[in-house]
Design a protein around this ligand. Structure first.
Ligand code: ADP
Length: 448
């Protein structure tokens, strides 16, 4: 097992990884920008090292700075968390060259899944159901027309290098196509420096269902059911739950096995998430995330496992301790993402926390890096905490979420906590009756 791990991240996820390391008796190294000198992850780690100025590009995304930090501290492995360098194949190659272990999949697997056309092609060959669409990239308008007519309107034009919901345009008919096509390409060029696009059938009312998978890198893999992450604003997830309110045991077992077989056959190592749109009882692959996700705790709650511990074990070459026949979901879990933002427009609200109280009690987990007197810097993501509740069933989980939201105290800044109180009063949310457009439509209705 590793003696020392460097965590190339900040905020709640850095704490999450430090906690797993502590339980495993592994020393931890925190890295931080000058804006994060007083951050909780710096306090909680055994050692810390400053890697640059506030701008992420010069600190948390600086590969030379992180490699130097590993060399100086003698860290043998790096956990990337999510975001930042977690899906950067070049970073993994450089770590490999330096003999430092990346806690995650190989650079090749990151490359395959990072290019959406290659990912889709790979998945479809592995019998994973995909959205009908173009075979590979679409180069010009006449090609785009042919493909769109064949699959039927509406269609969505997507950037092959896409991420964060950028570089996507919908065309409802032939008239809208050429504009949508050229603007998707120019947006993709501007955002990713690559104007390659492809076309898919646009699904009108899908849910976002994702399957958690885990591989040992030697041809064995398991699945840990699904998460329904349909409540999104601008493609950002707001609330996630497991099991999905519409997913039966039979459906879970079927899609879960397809996913675990797929990752087993490519010898995938570590945690991964296969994301689908789900409409009329059909799954349509959209992408695979080759890392730990923000919403992983709902899966941990329902399956009673520690995914970070497992990531570290597999990276260290130990046997995967997860066995499919022992993985039985129990109860229901919901995560509410709490952001430092002002409602109703979700404008970032950094500042100093004058009072902080974390909720607790049976079935409540609060993953947060906040503390009394902490000043949230304005340079990074506005996620300040994840409140995860677990109950024997969905109703109990909802009641527990309501109760624990009531206990939270975060003074000094604006947060999105109140949003969840409002959502939990909505009959559609209580009934689990929502799709990926529900939240945006609800927000518009409230403004009117
Ligand atoms: P990104 O990597 O930018 O997040 P995704 O491929 O995961 O891109 O798509 C992001 C979101 O865009 C999805 O969660 C969904 O809301 C929407 N979307 C993507 N493809 C389709 C599609 N074929 N039909 C309908 N909505 C889609």
């Amino acid at each position: 097992m590793f003696k020392k791990i460097l965590i190339a991240n900040r905020g709640e996820i850095a704490l999450r990884v430090i906690r797993a390391c502590k339980e495993m008796g592994i020393q931890t190294v925190a890295v931080h920008s000058t804006a994060d000198t007083d951050a909780m992850h710096v306090r909680m780690a055994n050692e810390s090292i400053c890697i640059g100025p506030p701008a992420s590009a010069r600190s948390y995304l600086s590969i030379p700075a992180i490699i130097s930090a590993c060399e100086i501290t003698g860290a043998e492995a790096v956990h990337p968390g999510y975001g930042f360098l977690s899906e950067n194949d070049n970073f993994v190659d450089i770590l490999d060259d330096h003999g430092i272990k990346f806690i995650g999949p190989t650079a090749d697997h990151i490359r395959i899944m990072g290019d959406k056309i290659t990912a889709k092609d790979t998945m479809s060959k592995l019998n994973v159901p995909c959205v009908p669409g173009s075979v590979g990239q679409v180069v010009d308008t006449s090609d785009a027309k042919k493909v769109s007519e064949a699959i039927g309107y509406p269609v969505i034009i997507k950037a092959t290098a896409g991420g964060g919901g950028r570089g996507m345009k919908v065309a409802n008919n032939q008239h809208e196509l050429s504009n949508a096509f050229s603007s998707a390409r120019s947006e993709a060029k501007a955002a990713f420096g690559n104007d390659e696009v492809y076309i898919e059938k646009y699904l009108t009312t899908p849910r976002h269902i994702e399957i958690q998978v885990f591989g040992d890198g030697k041809g064995n893999a398991v699945h840990l059911g699904e998460r329904d992450c349909s409540l999104q604003r601008r493609h950002q997830k707001i609330l996630e739950e497991s099991p999905g309110p519409t997913i039966t045991n039979q459906v879970r077992e079927k899609i879960g096995k397809i996913c675990s077989d797929a990752v087993a056959s490519i010898h995938y190592a570590g945690a991964g998430t296969i994301e689908f749109l789900y409409e009329n009882n059909e799954f349509y692959f959209i992408e695979m995330n080759t890392r730990l996700q923000v919403e992983h705790p709902v899966t941990e709650a329902v399956y009673g496992v520690d995914l970070v511990r497992e990531q570290i074990r597999v990276a260290a070459g130990l046997e995967m301790s997860l066995k499919q026949n022992e993985l039985k979901p129990s109860g229901h879990a919901i995560e509410a993402r709490i952001n430092a933002e002002t409602l109703p427009n979700f404008i970032p609200s950094p500042g100093t926390i004058t009072a902080f109280h974390s909720p607790g009690g049976l079935g409540v987990r609060m993953d947060s890096h906040l503390y009394n007197g902490y000043t949230i810097p304005p340079f990074y993501d506005s996620l300040i905490g994840k409140l995860i509740v677990h109950g024997r069933d969905r109703t109990e989980a909802i009641e527990r979420l309501r109760r624990s939201l009531d206990e939270i105290i975060i003074d000094g800044i604006e947060t999105t906590t109140e949003l969840f109180n409002l959502l939990l009063n909505e009959p559609d949310i209580k009934n689990g009756d929502y799709n990926i457009h529900w939240l945006e439509e609800w927000l518009v209705k409230r403004e009117e």
